[in-house]
Each structure stands twice: as structure tokens, then as C-alpha cells.
Design a protein around this ligand. Structure first.
Ligand SMILES: [Fe+2]
Length: 293
């Protein structure tokens, strides 16, 4: 799907071997060790059966150092550019900053706060499965980390995005409630069009949403909050007032900086408007919106 098209496909062959297909411009394309690593981690995630212990990934020193470098870079920017709710939730979650946490560790930190737990996924999960899992307070997460040659860039959502971006969001009880509502809205979105539209609104809200703080845009979206480049540039984007119909029209590319963002006027408005939308969204709402569009 367009909305999550940056994922590198995971291909399982008849002999059981697993290969993550990287594009030629992927930073890890010419690194055989990295590619082997991606294949091994994908195989671990693929073998996961819900209910079993989360597969343990033995991360290398290089991988841990990528986490540490990026965590530090993001942290200094969060102080300046993240909205209050995210900063408060991040302080309560207390993710490790020097080493990559196992997904089981993320769950241990997150579950007491909002009931959400993490489950591994090798790559692209179908939209219905991915968003639908929120209704069970579950978040599907990749376990690999970006290539060490460019720690500030990843063409696809890696564990830094999934955990620093989403787990910190999910540590906020009101945001967690919005995720639950997203999961419930999937059940009312039986048509492919309604589901695709839902994923677009999710993209422009919980991935790339901004909220105005005394007129200054602050990020609450995980896509911005997990990207050094986005945090450095999002305030220069074209920022429009929240408009769900417009979100359906706006083009976006997961591999590029977002040129157009949508804002809410305050934290309270962010919670209220998003919860209201996701609590009623479904096929009927999509039909009405489509008629307007
Ligand atoms: Fe995401």
C-alpha cells in the first residue's frame, strides 16, 4: 500500500530461506553483513507465534551504538520541538538511551502505563492487521535497526521509529485511548477505500501531526519525533489546519520529508478532535467524506 510502501519486502523461499529485499539506494544494499543481519532478524520475527515469548535479538555493539547516537540526537530536539504530552509520556516511559531494548522490555515499561504491548513483525503488516491490532492494545513492531553508515536516516520504519516514536506516544494515556479508537474504527471500515482513507488520516495525525503551542508548531506525530531530519525541518513545512477531507487528497511519500502537515490549535483540541474522529469513523463516514471530496 502507498501509505507504508517504504518497507523492504520480506521474501520467504520454498526452501524456507528468508530474504529482505533492499532497493539499490538503500544504505545497507552493498553491505553483505547488514543484509545477512536483516535476513536473520526477519526470520526471527516471522517465526514468532502470538503467545510465545518475544524473540530475543542479540544486537551487536555497532547496532547499540546507532541507537545511542540517534537517541541522543533526537532527545535534544524533543526538548525543543516535541509537544508537552509526548515529552511527559517519554519521561514516564524511561526507555534506555544507550542500548536497544528488546521488544519484551518495551512491553514491560509500557504495559503498566497504558496496557499496550509490543509484538514483532518482519516487515509490512497488512493495514487491517496493523491498525486493527490497536484494539487489542497491541503494536506490531520491526526489530531491525537502520544501517550504521547513516544513523540519522532510514528509508523504512526501523526499531528506532517504532519504539522512540510510537512507544513514547503510547505511554500517554489519552494518546493510547486514541490508538484504541483507531483499532475500533478498523472494525467499522470494511471497504478497502475506507481503510485506505483511515491510514491516510493516521499518517497525517499520529505519524506526522503537529499541534500549535502559543502559535509555534510542536510535533506529536511519531514519524516526526523519530526522525532527526524531520525534527530539523518540519516547522518550515506548509502547515494547514486539521482537515480530514484534505488529508484524503494530499499526496505523501514515506521516503521523503513531509512538505505538508496538518495542525491542531492546542493539546486539548488534539485529544478531542482525534478521539472524536476515530470514535465515529467507518464506512459511513468515509462515504460522506467521499461525497464532499
Ligand atoms: Fe509509524
Amino acid at each position: 500500500m502507498e501509505s507504508r510502501g517504504g518497507y523492504s519486502p520480506v521474501i520467504t523461499s520454498a526452501d524456507g530461506s528468508v530474504e529482505v529485499h533492499l532497493e539499490v539506494d538503500h544504505p545497507g544494499f552493498s553491505d553483505p553483513l547488514y543484509r545477512q543481519r536483516r535476513n536473520n532478524i526477519a526470520r526471527l520475527s516471522l517465526n514468532y507465534v502470538p503467545g510465545d515469548p518475544i524473540p530475543y535479538v542479540e544486537y551487536s555493539d555497532i547496532e547499540h551504538s546507532v541507537w545511542a547516537v540517534v537517541s541522543k540526537e533526537l532527545s535534544s530536539r524533543h526538548d525543543q520541538f516535541a509537544n508537552d504530552a509526548y515529552r511527559g509520556a517519554k519521561a514516564s516511559l524511561q526507555l534506555p538511551t544507550e542500548s536497544i531494548p528488546q521488544l519484551s522490555d518495551v512491553s514491560k515499561l509500557l504495559e503498566p502505563l497504558t496496557g499496550f504491548t509490543y509484538q514483532p513483525v518482519a516487515g509490512l503488516a497488512p493495514l487491517r492487521e496493523f491498525y486493527g491490532s490497536f484494539a487489542r492494545r497491541c503494536f506490531f513492531s520491526t526489530q531491525y535497526i537502520r544501517h550504521s553508515s547513516v544513523p540519522q536516516y532510514t528509508p523504512e520504519p526501523d526499531i528506532i521509529h517504532e519504539v522512540v516514536g510510537h512507544a513514547n506516544q503510547l505511554a500517554d494515556p489519552k494518546i493510547a485511548e486514541i490508538y484504541l479508537a483507531v483499532g475500533e474504527s478498523v472494525k467499522r471500515s470494511e471497504t478497502p477505500g475506507a481503510l485506505e482513507f483511515l491510514s491516510r488520516v493516521f499518517w497525517f495525525t499520529l505519524e506526522f501531526g503537529v499541534v500549535l503551542d502559543h502559535g509555534v508548531p510542536k510535533a506529536y506525530g511519531a514519524g516526526i519525533l523519530s526522525s532527526v531530519g524531520e525534527l530539523d525541518t518540519f516547522q518550515s513545512a506548509t502547515i494547514l489546519p486539521l482537515d480530514f477531507v484534505e488529508m484524503g487528497r494530499e499526496q505523501y511519500d514515506i521516503t521523503k520529508f513531509q512538505p505538508v502537515l496538518f495542525s491542531l490549535g492546542s493539546e486539548a483540541e488534539m485529544y478531542d478532535r482525534l478521539l472524536e474522529f476515530y470514535s465515529i469513523y467507518g464506512d459511513d463516514y468515509f462515504e460522506q467524506i467521499s461525497a464532499v471530496a
